[in-house]
Design a protein around this ligand. Structure first.
Ligand code: NG6
Ligand code: CA
Length: 515
């Protein structure tokens, strides 16, 4: 009798211990999402003209992916896919958003953040949003909603769109920070609002940087932007302190939630244009503002890592670093980026960059450090994409991933952590919905699209004929094998078409269950 009682208590304690151990193993998650950083921009990925010691630390203490992708070659669609697990090209209105766009992801939809919230994570978003806010006609002078909160983030501090688009103000938990109600904000992406000077009419007022193309509308802090804005003077951000401000918000969030489990999505402004790093970073490289912005970005990452060390929570915090699209050198301001680039190769060994169908469009740095589980100093060649985050993190945290959500999200947990060599078998690389990866093969459908963007200097990867590359032998997409391998071309075209037409690509997805 006594023995039975004793063993029941022992079994009970064991079960309790196992349950606690199970949940205790779940890490904090910090996603550091950089803007326009290319594969070749970090020293741990081979850059020589700039040094990124804090990012390199993530590589030496964690795992470096060499075939990690953003879901698109521009920002808004990549961010859409990362949160929803759906390729953005399946939905209208998911292209690069204007500063007055209303919310692009339907409020209440299951997202990476809502999944982690259900798993009892404290969730927060800091930095560049660029997924639209509010409903059509929303005023910036009242509550700003729906927004990140309705998509699963309990707290937020945002750059609403981009640094080069109005409104040039921060939004904190649904309100413009520092707004004086007697000086309300109006913005327009159509006609000018009044006769205020613009970059076009008064280039003499542009004392920080001047546009090289576009970006010639409202002037804020001596920089002209995309779109028109009046009012909100007390709330305008200062470009030079932006990295300090948002990094401070990110570390505050970590401090606040250090005792619970948290998910922080920290989306930097760097190294998007306009590149106006703080004076303490100016001249740190020979590459001008683009290079100095990389140094500033690395500093931001260092602040996060130092905070985790200081709080003693580094071991069980997963830090992911990645980018929303490939690199661009001149994206619209005269920052001498082209002139000073020297031997630096922003896309590393890849062809193309931001906006491109070539690998440089979406193959970006992808680092994962989680000392409690990931072997330090490892490398993975598995094909993974940020669209996989919802399914992958649902798996990690033991959450349901029902058959009617995330139509393109694969569970690649093993590959993400370096425990498996197998990531996805295929990926649509989206610049203009023409590229398909199947293992090491890369197919680009023939099109009449522009081959080269003269303004940004990007090879867009379009050609009237089909292109087929074998990346195992030809990382730089130089030798088109399409003529030699017509059967492979035909098969890949059929596959691409089928992924487009079916509305999903993950096995087991059940569209009929879609809301
Ligand atoms: C382009 C802008 C570019 C950048 C991009 C979006 C012009 C001429 N170019 O339209 O500067 O803002 O949109 O970048 O306006 S992204 O990283 O947010 O996708
Ligand atoms: Ca971007």
């Amino acid at each position: 009798m006594q023995r039975t009682l004793f063993s029941s208590i022992a079994i009970g304690l064991l079960l309790l211990f196992q349950r606690n151990a199970g949940t205790a193993e779940l890490p904090n998650i910090i996603l550091i999402y950089a803007d326009d950083i290319g594969y070749g921009d970090l020293s741990c990925y081979g850059a020589k003209s700039v040094s990124t010691p804090n990012l390199d630390r993530l590589a030496t203490e964690g795992l470096k992916h060499t075939d990690g992708h953003s879901a698109s070659a521009t920002c808004t669609p990549s961010r859409y896919a990362l949160l929803t697990g759906e390729y953005a090209w399946r939905r209208k209105g998911t292209g690069v958003a204007t500063g007055d766009a209303s919310i692009i992801i339907e409020p209440g939809r299951t997202t990476l953040a809502s999944i982690l919230k259900s798993a009892n994570y404290q969730t927060g978003y800091v930095g560049k949003w660029h997924l639209g806010l509010g409903r059509p006609g929303m005023s910036w002078n009242g509550p700003i909603s729906p927004g990140p909160k309705e998509l699963g983030f309990e707290e937020h501090f945002l750059i609403p769109a981009t640094g080069d688009r109005v409104p040039c103000v921060y939004v904190e938990n649904g309100k413009v920070k520092g707004l004086d109600p007697s000086d309300p904000i109006t913005i327009s992406f159509g006609k000018p609002i009044d006769n205020s000077p613009t970059g076009k009419s008064r280039p003499d007022l542009l004392f920080r940087t001047k546009p090289s193309h576009g970006h010639d509308m409202t002037i804020v802090n001596g920089i002209s932007r995309i779109g028109y804005m009046t009012g909100g003077k007390s709330a305008l951000w200062d470009d030079e302190t932006m990295a300090d401000v948002i990094t401070g918000k990110a570390t505050d969030f970590i401090d606040k939630h250090q005792k619970s489990r948290f998910f922080l999505y920290f989306s930097t402004h760097d190294i998007h244009v306009p590149r106006v790093p703080h004076p303490r970073f100016v001249g740190k490289t020979a590459m001008g503002p683009r290079g100095d912005a990389i140094v500033q970005l690395d500093w931001c990452v260092g602040q996060i890592l130092d905070k985790l060390d200081h709080l003693g929570i580094s071991k069980n915090t997963m830090v992911i670093f990645s980018s929303d699209n490939g690199p661009v050198v001149d994206d619209g301001y005269q920052e001498e980026a082209v002139k000073k680039i020297g031997l630096h190769k922003p896309a590393g060994p890849f062809r193309g960059g931001k906006y491109s169908n070539f690998e440089g469009g979406t193959r970006i740095p992808f680092l994962v450090r989680w000392p409690a589980r990931i072997k330090p100093g490892t490398t993975s060649e598995a094909l993974i994409c940020q669209v996989d985050f919802p399914a992958t993190f649902a798996k990690l945290t033991g959450q349901d991933f029902p058959a009617n959500i995330g139509p393109d999200s694969f569970d690649v947990l093993g590959a993400l952590l370096g425990e498996s060599k197998n990531g996805r078998d295929h990926l649509v690389e989206d610049a203009s919905l023409r590229s398909l990866r199947l293992g090491s093969l890369k197919y680009i459908q023939g099109s009449q699209g522009k081959t080269f963007n003269k303004l940004t200097g990007t090879e867009l990867g379009n050609a009237s004929e089909a292109q087929l590359y074998d990346l195992a032998a030809d990382l730089g997409e130089q030798k088109n094998l399409a003529m030699e391998r017509p059967d492979q071309v035909a098969a890949m075209q059929i596959r691409l078409q089928q992924i487009r037409d079916s509305g999903f690509s993950r096995p087991g997805f059940q569209p009929q269950l879609q809301k």
